[in-house]
Design a protein around this ligand. Structure first.
Ligand code: ATP
Length: 317
């Protein structure tokens, strides 16, 4: 699995730095032999009036990734996913699926992606099985046996109408419908929103098991760090329409640290950058090599929730 990259310090945060702090340079990947990219977004922009919902968004999902796309409410996750799916067009930037750049997703591309939207809209009178028959007509690669297996594995009542399903059942049905055509890539937009903690965990286990046994690549959005930690092996953190981090959770843990408790310098040395004091104390970000270059600097690791808040939180007041 590729190690990924730290995007380092981004302009959205630079604006909040004290003027005397020099932002560190962007930190590039040094990973070797990374699997091929399945989905590549480059400099995507999508503007709604005064809101830049995507503001130069770039990210890379690689073959075999379980990629957690993490961001606060309103950070731009759904906008990005809707662009990936060709539901809305970017105002600028490119999206490539398996290396093929497209402004508008072709049918062939769409058939390679299983998509679970934030809200599921099914024909209410159709049963789970009838919905399978309906969706089968849209995908030449539909696997009926696999769909029946998924209905059983997900404990879904095949002959119950979709209007009579609970929210958890609806999400699982959407996942079964997305998986049965055996697409190489699954895109899930906050799939666990609206599920209770037990159903949420069960759903994540299903996704993890499914992916590990089928070799599919998964890109899923969430605003919950614990969810991403549970199943993702790579994470992209979005804030105000742009990525502030992309890489493994290990890299994330190594990159964002609180400085202290001993002497705390007034400004970060080259290679490290200051983050807004959203979690209290002095928190800097930089690649592990940069931290290692200052052995005299005392610093401590943070929990993933604190890291997330440090990267995307704003100073109060
Ligand atoms: P959440 O976690 O709450 O679902 P999100 O990260 O998916 O949020 P988006 O839904 O992509 O965020 O929204 C990003 C920004 O773009 C928000 O400020 C939102 O209000 C704005 N936005 C999204 N869609 C539209 C639209 N159709 N018209 C106007 N503004 C929009």
């Amino acid at each position: 699995m590729g190690k990924g990259r730290v995007l380092g310090y981004l302009p959205a945060m630079e604006a909040e730095q004290p003027a005397d702090l020099e932002p560190g340079p962007p930190l590039e990947a040094r990973a070797t032999a990374e699997p091929p990219a399945v989905l590549e977004a480059r400099e995507l922009v999508r503007i709604y009036g005064a809101i830049r919902a995507a503001d130069g968004l770039s990210l890379t999902v690689r073959d075999g990734d379980i990629y957690g796309f993490l961001g606060r409410n309103g950070a731009g996750k759904t906008t990005a996913i809707r662009m990936f799916m060709g539901i809305i067009r970017p105002d600028a930037g490119t999206i490539a699926i398996r290396g093929e750049v497209s402004k508008r997703l072709s049918l062939r591309h769409k058939q390679q992606i299983g998509y679970v939207a934030q809200e599921q809209h099914f024909y209410p009178w159709m049963t789970c099985r009838a919905l399978g028959d309906f969706v089968a007509g849209l995908y030449p690669s539909w696997d009926d046996q696999e769909f029946e297996r998924l209905l059983r594995a997900f404990d879904l009542p095949a002959d119950r109408k979709s209007s009579e399903l609970s929210q958890g059942m609806r999400v699982k049905l959407a996942l079964a419908l997305a998986i049965a055509p055996r697409p190489p890539l699954l895109i899930l937009d906050e799939p666990t929103a609206g599920l209770d903690p037990v159903a949420r965990r069960e759903f994540l286990e299903i996704v993890r098991h499914q992916v590990r046994t089928s070799g599919q690549t998964v890109f899923f959005s969430s605003h919950l760090m614990d969810e991403v930690e549970r199943i993702a092996d790579r994470v992209g953190i979005i804030e105000r329409g742009r990525l502030v981090f992309e890489g493994t959770l290990t890299l994330l843990r190594e990159s964002v640290r609180r400085v202290g408790p001993f002497e705390v310098p007034t400004s970060p040395p080259p290679g490290l950058s200051a983050l807004p004091a959203a979690i209290g104390g002095t928190t800097w970000v930089g690649p592990p090599e940069a931290w290692a270059a200052y052995p005299e600097l005392s610093s401590e690791t943070l929990g993933l929730d604190d890291i997330f808040i440090a990267l995307v939180g704003r100073t109060s007041g």
